[in-house]
Structures are given as structure tokens and as C-alpha cells.
Ligand binder design. Structure first.
Ligand code: COA
Length: 258
């Protein structure tokens, strides 16, 4: 079904692996479009409760947008490339199910931007991060100037964006760019461990958390109002009745997502 991705559903987890290993999983237009289709397909799919995105091989998560492809673009094509890329990454950011980036090597340029659009980032020890676009006489086009500042703060973001410095996984962890660093052989297992914790919670609450936290960064939405409304709605949900009843009956809650 996909030309540039390997996908699989196992144990309610949708695994997406960018499959352009010989090009260090560089993101061409087709790959991004397929990632968007794959992620959107999970929104209403009850056989999926979480997504893990990774890169094929042991060297790269994604080494950026495909330079060979965009090198010949004109202004119109460049603008469309950026707008379309933004839409792909927003589909990930707004996914109602948790999306974890399993960063197994280089996450540069568009690769780092892809990782930053995921809800949680786990990296292997060999991972390297950076926004090297200024080396190519361009700037990030997939919201790197926005999400990097959100994750690491304005000062560090400006430094990384202007110097094109490549940082290692430990530094990325110290900066708050990623959540964990683990040995490469444990990378997917660590992501699955996090998902296992989330899976036992109310799916309604998980998607609400994602919407409320994202609301903080949406200029047209008041995040506090979003939380007040979302919170109130829970009082009409079966998951809320189940969660509070299970607590009072000293048993484990069994959430249905209603
Ligand atoms: N776009 C297109 N092709 C890319 C790519 C990208 N962003 N990154 C790597 N590749 C390709 C290389 O051209 C090479 O292809 P080839 O074997 O057909 O020549 C292949 O992937 C392997 O890359 P190579 O450069 O030989 O590996 P390396 O280990 O020497 O270097 C990097 C690894 C990541 C340091 C280097 O590939 C690099 O700098 N990539 C570009 C990073 C970048 O600027 N990204 C932001 C883009 S906006």
C-alpha cells in the first residue's frame, strides 16, 4: 500500500517505519504524504491505540527533507512544500492517540521537525539532532522555528537554528528536546513501555490531554477555556463514572473510551 513506509499493527500499536534507508530516510514529498495518510487512518480506527514512528536501519530516523528533490523547486513549489509539510506534522500533533518518535539515528532538518511533531520522543544513544538548513542557504520549513522554541526555549532554539550545530542524544535530553535516551536495542521496547502505561488510561482522557496541551500553542484558542470545557464534558462520560467508581471500589478501572 505504501511505497516509502513499512507499516504494521501489533498489540494495538501502529508501527510506521520510514523505508528509505539508502537515503538515510530523507523525507521526500511522497514519504510525507504517506505518513499523513497513515496517521490519519488511525484517527477513528479502534484497532489502534498508539503510534510509533521510526526510521529503517540503524543510522537514521530521517536526515531531513530530500535535498535532491527540493533543490530544483521554485518559489511557488517551495511555498507549497512548506505548507503541505506543516499540514502533515499537524496531523501528527493533533492525532487523538499518542504518537511516539523512536529516534534511531540522525534526526536532522525535516527529520527533527517530524520528531518534534510527535507527542513523546525516545532516542537511541547514537541519535544526532539539528536544524542544518542555514548551511543550505534556507530555513526550516516544517515548523522547526516554532516547535524547537516550544521545546527547548527561545535562546537555545535560536542558537541551534543559527549555528546549525548538531547535538548528541545526551545534549538533546539535557535541552528537553527528547524524553529519554536508551541503547539502540532497547529503543522500541522503551516506546512500548510508555504506551503500555498510557493504554490502561481512559482513551477519552488521553485525547483530551493532547487537545488541551496543543491548545496552549494555538493563538486562536484560549487553552484555559479549552481545559475548562473539556474537563466539564467528562462529567457526562462513562469513563469518568468507571474511573471514579473503580477508585471507590478499590479495583482497577476498565475504560471503554465513551
Ligand atoms: N536529502 C537527500 N539525500 C540525503 C539526505 C537528504 N537530506 N541526507 C542524506 N542523503 C543521502 C546522501 O545523498 C547519500 O545518498 P547516495 O548514497 O545516493 O549518495 C545517502 O543518503 C547517504 O548519505 P551520506 O551523506 O553518504 O552519509 P554520511 O554518513 O556521510 O553523512 C549526514 C550523514 C546525515 C551527515 C549527511 O548525509 C547529511 O549532511 N545529510 C543532509 C542533512 C541535512 O542538511 N538535512 C537538512 C535538509 S533541509
Amino acid at each position: 500500500m505504501y511505497q516509502t513506509l513499512l507499516t504494521e499493527v501489533k498489540n494495538l500499536i501502529f508501527y510506521i517505519s520510514i523505508n528509505r534507508e539508502s537515503k538515510l530516510n530523507a523525507l521526500n514529498i511522497q514519504t510525507l504524504s504517506e505518513i499523513k495518510t497513515a496517521v490519519l487512518s488511525t484517527y477513528d480506527d479502534h484497532s489502534v491505540s498508539a503510534i510509533i514512528i521510526t526510521g529503517s536501519g540503524k543510522k537514521a530516523f530521517a536526515a531531513g527533507a530530500d535535498i535532491e528533490e527540493f533543490a530544483k523547486f521554485n518559489v511557488e513549489e517551495g511555498t507549497r512544500m512548506s505548507a503541505d509539510g506543516h499540514a502533515v506534522l499537524r496531523a501528527i500533533e493533533n492525532c487523538p492517540k499518542p504518537v511516539i518518535a523512536a529516534i534511531n539515528g540522525f534526526a536532522l532538518g525535516g527529520g527533527n521537525e517530524l520528531a518534534m511533531s510527535c507527542h513523546i520522543r525516545v532516542a537511541s544513544e547514537n541519535a544526532k539532532f539539528g536544524q542544518p538548513e542555514v548551511n543550505l542557504g534556507i530555513i526550516p520549513g516544517y515548523a522547526g522555528t516554532q516547535r524547537l522554541a516550544q521545546l527547548v526555549g527561545k535562546g537555545k532554539a535560536l542558537e541551534l537554528l543559527m549555528t546549525a550545530d548538531i547535538i548528541d542524544a545526551q545534549t538533546a535530553l539535557n535541552f528537553g528536546l527528547i524524553n529519554y535516551v536508551v541503547p539502540q536495542e532497547n529503543l522500541i521496547a522503551k516506546c512500548e513501555e510508555i504506551i503500555e502505561k498510557i493504554k490502561s488510561k481512559s482513551p477519552l482522557a488521553i485525547s483530551s490531554i493532547i487537545r488541551c496541551v496543543n491548545a496552549h500553542y494555538e493563538k486562536k484558542i484560549d487553552g484555559n477555556n479549552a481545559e475548562i470545557n473539556e474537563f466539564g464534558n467528562f462529567f457526562g462520560s462513562e469513563d469518568f463514572v468507571e474511573g471514579t467508581t473503580a477508585f471507590l471500589e478499590r479495583r482497577k478501572a476498565n475504560f471503554k473510551g465513551h
